[in-house]
Design a protein around this ligand. Structure first.
Ligand code: BES
Ligand code: ZN
Length: 627
């Protein structure tokens, strides 16, 4: 039996008129108890007592940069369970009570810099507890932006990033991807700002809450892993893109964002045709300010996306296909622990490519797949063998191998059994495991039971265990080649044997053609040749952030000083790790020359970045002021 406290009945009735929501949350999802499903990054002991529902009542305070209020947790306990262990990272807790307001004893254990600390609550017979708390000053999930870091420059902005284990810095719950929870929230913010979350948005307008504030209510009736609870607060406008799709962003970005994302509704219906119904109601996209650390984040019902994909030519909407695909791989079927993150990211990279191909045609699909192969080869070259296993260390898999080796694995199965059979299998897989955690072993067992079915020849051809558990790339890996990129290779050949850069015409290149070109240039270049490149292809001034990043890497690798101004302009204003880490790394790889430039730029940029990006760059460069 579980509790579910419904707010004021009258409110729910009006709400139902606005947004159709199911009457009650789903029954608790099962947890996995096999040894490979044990999450070493969480302190929770779900077999003793687990959280099944989180009800947040929080106010966002931009002055103190804290979120505070209460979290009411519904608990499912084993018979006789008298304590529950939650995850905590720097929360400032003032009290914990049962639902009658009686204080419950609790203790915060030893703090680990990455994992935070166990929060053990003596619940006695209580199966609902209320934690009164606020976030701490270093909350790793929270990106607090001053008005200067927004497009409008007038109002502050807040966004959260839960994956992988950041949400324990603002929500006291069991922060493990294998412990699914439904949730509800009431979020109070300044009246001139809008709050959005990764669930049904019950109060599109906000309800006055006094003292210049208003409140928004949200609910997620499906059980989700807690890293998928997300919040953003800012000066947001909304525009529909289709019957169940739309975009939120700052008003000045709305036109450009809506134009770039106009294929979103089609992507959703295409994805459904491939692998079954979209089960989350709406699919909206929030386009964030440029400090957002990722390309995108698959928060249910509301993908968070970097504005760096808005380049005016739709050439980066593969990021949207990716986040949308997570609505199946990741959000429906979820890695039980971060050691199996390839089940989220590899499946999604495969699925993403199938959406791209179906919406934009075979040539475009092949271009993206071929580029993913390039990335795979690059990572395999740079990684230590141990870092190339799909099932591996929760912190350790190298680069984007989870994505590209994982996707290549699934592509290899597809080619071996043929698309019709593979697609039917994959749809049934998502359906069989919907709203449940999964491990690598669980996937392989399912594949053997429902696709291979004892076919010894097929089993031998696939080499499944090698793919899943061994380093490197099995010999049966399928490489999709792109005719579009082969043309770029021909251009590269000409240029690399001395042709003038002015003979290259990139005026109609997509981002992917640019990347094949720039990354295909030999790493060692003369200053004269770099000057020619920059002059004829306008690289230092490129408005395409992918192009700018790839160029700055090449420039840094060659200690090309005329590009330093472009670095100093670009790096502080973009916070997306994938675009800025390679530039900082290339600089850091150039001894004192590069390190001092990197540290000088970073000193200026650090305050603009999300805490998780700061953590990575502090490690790379040290967080001392510029030397
Ligand atoms: N879920 C990831 C983002 C993520 C990964 C956050 C690991 C925290 C830890 C998201 O779906 C993603 O993969 N984003 C990519 C875009 C994609 C097209 C490869 C990104 O951020 O670049
Ligand atoms: Zn992803």
């Amino acid at each position: 039996m579980r509790f579910f406290v419904v707010p004021a009945a009258a409110l729910v009735t009006t709400v139902l008129a606005v947004t159709p929501v199911s009457a009650r949350p789903d029954a608790p999802s099962p947890i996995l108890t096999t040894p490979d499903a044990r999450d070493t990054l969480s302190y929770a002991q779900p077999q003793v007592a687990r959280v099944t529902h989180v009800d947040l009542n929080l106010a966002v305070d931009f002055r103190t940069k804290t979120i505070g209020g209460t979290a009411a947790l519904d608990i499912l306990g084993a018979p006789g369970a008298h304590e529950i262990v939650l995850d905590d990272n720097g929360l400032i807790i003032s009290k914990i009570t049962d639902s009658a307001g009686r204080s419950l004893p609790y203790q915060v254990g030893a703090h680990d810099e990455y994992k935070g600390a166990p929060l053990t609550v003596q619940i006695g017979a209580a199966r609902r507890i209320i934690v009164t708390y606020r976030s701490g000053p270093e909350a790793s999930a929270l990106g607090w932006l001053s008005p200067a870091l927004t497009a409008g420059k007038k109002k502050p902005y807040l966004y959260t990033q839960g994956q992988s284990i950041n949400n324990r810095s603002w929500i006291p719950t069991q922060d493990s991807p294998g412990i699914r929870q439904s949730w509800t929230a009431k979020i109070t913010v300044p009246s001139d700002l809008v709050a959005v979350m990764s669930g049904d948005r019950l109060t599109p307008k906000g309800v006055p809450a006094g003292r210049g504030r208003h409140s928004y209510r949200f609910r997620m009736d499906h059980n989700v892993p807690p890293y998928l609870i997300a919040l953003a607060v800012g000066d947001l406008a909304f525009r529909p893109l289709g019957p169940r799709t739309g975009v939120y962003t700052e008003p000045s970005m709305l036109d450009r964002a809506a134009r770039e994302l106009s294929d979103t509704e089609k992507m959703v219906s295409t994805a459904e045709k491939l692998y079954g119904p979209y089960r989350w109601g709406r699919y909206d996209i929030l386009v964030l300010p440029p400090s957002f650390p990722y390309g995108g984040m698959e928060n249910p019902t509301l993908t968070f996306a970097t504005p760096t994909i808005i380049t005016g030519d739709k050439s980066n909407v593969d990021v949207i296909a990716h986040e949308l695909a997570h609505s199946w791989s990741g959000n429906l079927v979820t890695n039980a622990t971060w050691s199996d993150i390839w089940l989220n990211e590899g499946f999604t990279t495969y699925f993403e490519n199938r959406i791209d191909e179906a919406v934009y045609g075979q040539a475009r699909g092949a271009t993206l797949a071929d580029l993913s192969w390039d990335n795979l080869q690059r990572d395999l070259k740079e990684a230590k063998p141990d870092q190339t296993r799909l099932h591996g260390d929760p912190e350790g898999t190298f680069g984007e191998l989870d994505y590209n080796k994982g996707a290549t694995f699934l592509r290899t199965i597809e080619v071996a059994v043929g698309r019709p059979r593979w697609d039917a299998y994959l749809s049934s897989y998502f359906d069989r495991h919907a709203f449940q955690p999964q491990t690598t072993a669980g996937f392989l067992a399912d594949l053997r039971a429902n696709l291979i079915k004892g076919d010894k020849d097929l089993e031998a051809r696939l080499d499944l265990d090698k793919w899943a558990y061994r380093p490197g790339l099995p010999a049966n890996a399928i490489h999709i080649r792109s005719a579009t990129l082969t043309k770029i290779d021909e251009t590269l050949e000409r240029v690399n044997s001395g042709a003038a850069m002015a003979s290259v015409d990139p005026s109609r290149w997509s981002t992917q053609e640019w990347l094949r070109f720039l990354n295909g240039l030999p790493r060692k270049q003369t200053p004269a040749r770099l000057a020619e490149l920059d002059r004829d292809l306008h690289l230092s001034a490129s408005n395409n952030p992918y192009v700018r990043s790839a160029w700055l890497v090449l420039a840094a690798q060659n200690r090309y000083e005329p590009a330093i101004a472009s670095m100093a302009e670009f790096l502080p204003r973009v916070g997306r790790g994938l675009l800025i880490f390679p530039v900082y790394r290339a600089l850091a790889g150039q001894g004192d020359w590069g390190r001092s430039i990197a540290r000088r730029i970073y000193a200026d940029a650090r305050g603009n970045y999300h805490p998780t990006v700061i953590m990575t760059l502090d490690k790379l460069l040290g967080n001392a002021p510029a030397s």
